[in-house]
Each structure stands twice: as C-alpha cells, then as structure tokens.
Design a protein around this ligand. Structure first.
Ligand code: NAP
Ligand code: ZN
Length: 363
C-alpha cells in the first residue's frame, strides 16, 4: 500500500526519514514514513542505533511468504535504541531524555493467557510486531527501526541500563533475548554441556549467555575461520560441522543445543549429539523446511523444540543481566546507506558479529 493510500488520522502525526524495500528484489532505499501522534501512554523515541537482524533480510526478500508475507513498502528493524523525545501524560517508566529500547513487538492483546503470564510473544491476538504487522492505529502495516523515530506504548519499551554501550545494546533487543529466553526456559546451568549452532548475530550472544550461565560451551560452525573468535566469545570447544569425524566425537553428549543457523541444514546431524531425554531448540528460521528422521528422536527420547524472542518482562531481565555481567553485542557500525551491502555480507557470514546502523547517517 502506498503511503498516500494509508487510512490515517493525521492530526498530531509526524514524519520520519526511513529506509524501505519497495519489493522483494528492490533492495532498500530512502523513504519517508508517518508516525502516529503520541497518546497518553506512548513515548516518541528518536532512534540512535538499530541492529540488522537476519530476520530483516528474510522479510525484506519475502522469504517467509508462506507464514508471514511481506507487505511493501517494508521498513525493517527491531533492535532499536534511542532517546525519548516526548512522553505522553500517563507515561510512568520514562521521561524526556531517557534512553529506551524497542525490540520485536510493539503491542499485544494483553488479555490472553500468554500475555497474562508475561509471554506476549505468544499472544493469541497475535502480538503486533515492530514491522510488517497490521497497524491498528494508523492503518497499513507497522514500520520498524531503520528510521529516525518511532512512537510506542511505554509497556513495550525497555529501560536500557546506563552501564551498557548504546550501540552494543541494540542487538540485545532481538539477538539477545532470542538466545537468553530459551536458555532460561530449558535451565541452562553449570555442569551442563551446551551447543550453539552458527556464529552470527544470535550465535555470538548464545555463546556469551551459555558461558555466563556456567555451561561447558561448544560452538558448531561451517566457517573454520571463526574458531579463534568463538573461543574469545566464550566457546570451550569449536566443532567444524562439515567434518563428520569431529561431529561423531560428540555423539549423545549434549544437555542442550541451540540452533541459530539461518539457512537450511541437516538437523538430524545435531539431534544425534543430544543426550537421553534432552532437547535441541531451533531459533533460526530458514526459508525452506528440513526433513527430520524419526529415529534421531526415538533413540534416547530426544526432544526438538522451537522458541521465538521473549516476553517484555524477560527482555528487561536480560538487559539488566547484561549490564550486571558486562555483556553486549560485538558490532560493526554502518551508515544506513550501506545496508544493501551489509545484507550481502550477512549472507556470506561476513559480519563480526552484528551490523548496527548509526541512525545519525539518515539525517
Ligand atoms: P546471521 O548473523 O546471518 O547468522 C547466521 C549464521 O548461521 C551464520 O553466520 C552461519 O554461521 C550459520 N549458517 C548460515 N548458513 C548456514 C547453512 N547453510 N548451514 C549451517 N549454518 C549456516 O543471522 P542471525 O541474525 O543470527 O539470525 C539467525 C536466524 O535466526 C535467522 O534465520 C533469523 O531469521 C532467525 N531469528 C529467529 C528469531 C526467533 O525469535 N526465533 C529471532 C531472530 C532471528 P557459521 O558461519 O558459524 O556456520
Ligand atoms: Zn531479529
């Protein structure tokens, strides 16, 4: 839907410069969007930094069309850190000048059992995602963080602890919570052997959290060149997953494996590494499905699970945990004008380990 065709109430709205994809093959170019007027419970945030998640690339290129087709123009970005420039009259958590974060959700129905238990990511509503979700207030779809500003209900904005580097904190809003939440849910702890598959934005946070939780951590990578970095980031061991002999050495030995790989790969090769009664959890969301061998699960009563981001309460807990433990993302800062090249590099696994857009470059 074109900007002009949006059925909006324009009073009090503002415009913001942004970067948008106009189609699955257009790449991203400059675009102007409208942000809603600040309601009593809203904050308006001037965006300082926005992380670049592989989900942005999947959605910009409409790779998830069977599950959540992309509506164009699409302004991606759900790892947002910025400064509150306006706070509505009922806002309690923030005042003007505070630093705030926004992750993958900007609203939910708040009444379903999932919302009641603080897991808005599973809202029956469903949740309103930060971009490419129906925008119930302005019409059209929501627009994400590759933009100068965003207006969001304070209930979906996070407090960013002062100790955190702001650019390094941005990726925590998705890559951080997506790896923290399943490790907490499956109770990753000292004495366990934990695997992380893939060393990208999610994977490098997975290593840091598994290490901080006291586990013996093994990274599985297709890129032998990442070995030294993996050790620096928290891996006790590194396995090059294309080497069958190296994989076989770890058969039946893992308490938990978190799979962050962004493209199709053989899940059975990892399932056979899991111990009796333990779990492998997918967070990576490849475009194409992968066959599962029943036997990989039957033997040793293994479980294969999935997980998506985390609730707002847990996202705040994760940010506070990072501040307390000196954790943040390792980033490469880019101006927004380099976003298309950054996507190409992401596809080659060529990022250390998260691109973050310096939004000052949009001005
Ligand atoms: P990323 O930075 O591009 O990292 C992905 C890593 O996957 C690569 O660095 C590579 O690691 C590995 N990989 C790529 N192709 C592979 C292949 N064919 N076989 C095996 N491994 C491969 O991506 P990201 O931002 O971390 O996101 C990872 C995935 O998680 C994406 O699919 C994304 O959409 C999804 N995601 C899910 C959630 C959720 O809530 N569940 C949230 C955010 C993102 P090596 O070079 O080390 O092999
Ligand atoms: Zn993401």
């Amino acid at each position: 839907m074109s900007e002009a065709a949006r059925p909006t109430v324009k009073e009090g709205t503002s415009t913001a410069k942004a970067y948008a994809a106009q189609s699955a093959s257009s790449g991203l170019t400059a675009f102007t969007i409208r942000r809603r007027a600040v309601r009593a419970q809203d904050v308006q945030i001037e965006i300082l930094f926005c992380g670049v998640c592989h989900s942005d690339l999947h959605q910009v290129r409409n790779e998830w069309q069977g599950v959540m087709p992309t509506v164009y123009p699409c302004v991606p970005g759900h790892e947002i850190v910025g400064r509150v420039v306006k706070a509505g009259s009922a806002v309690k958590k923030f005042k003007e000048g505070d630093i705030a974060g926004v992750g993958c959700m900007v609203d939910s129905d708040r009444t379903c059992p999932a919302c009641q238990s603080g897991e808005e990511q599973f809202c029956d509503g469903p949740a309103t995602f930060t971009y490419n979700s129906p925008d119930k207030i302005l019409g059209g779809v929501t627009y994400g963080g590759y933009s100068q500003s965003i207006v969001v209900d304070e209930a979906f904005a996070l407090r960013v602890p002062g100790k955190l580097n702001l650019a390094g904190a941005a990726p925590l809003l998705c890559a951080g919570i997506t790896t923290y939440s399943p490790m907490r849910h499956w109770n990753v702890r000292k004495g366990q052997k934990v695997g992380v598959v893939g060393l990208g934005g999610l994977g490098h946070m997975g290593l840091k959290f598994a290490k901080a939780f006291g586990a013996h951590v093994v990274l599985f990578t297709t890129s032998a060149r990442k070995t030294a970095d993996a050790v620096r980031l928290g891996a006790d061991e590194v396995v090059v997953s294309t080497d069958a002999a190296q994989m076989q050495k770890h058969a039946g030995s893992f308490d938990f494996i978190l799979d962050t790989a962004s493209a199709q790969h053989d899940l059975n090769a990892y399932l056979q590494l899991v111990k009796l009664n333990w779990t492998m959890t997918l967070v990576g969301a490849p475009e194409k499905p992968t066959p599962i061998s029943a036997f990989a699960l039957l033997f040793r009563r293994r479980q294969l699970a999935g997980s998506i981001i985390g609730g707002i309460r847990e996202t705040q807990e994760m940010l506070d945990f990072c501040a307390d433990h000196g954790l943040a993302s390792d980033i490469e800062m880019i101006p927004v004008q380099q976003i298309n090249q950054a996507y190409e590099r992401l596809l080659k696994g060529d990022v250390k380990y998260r691109f973050v857009i310096d939004m000052a470059s949009l001005k």
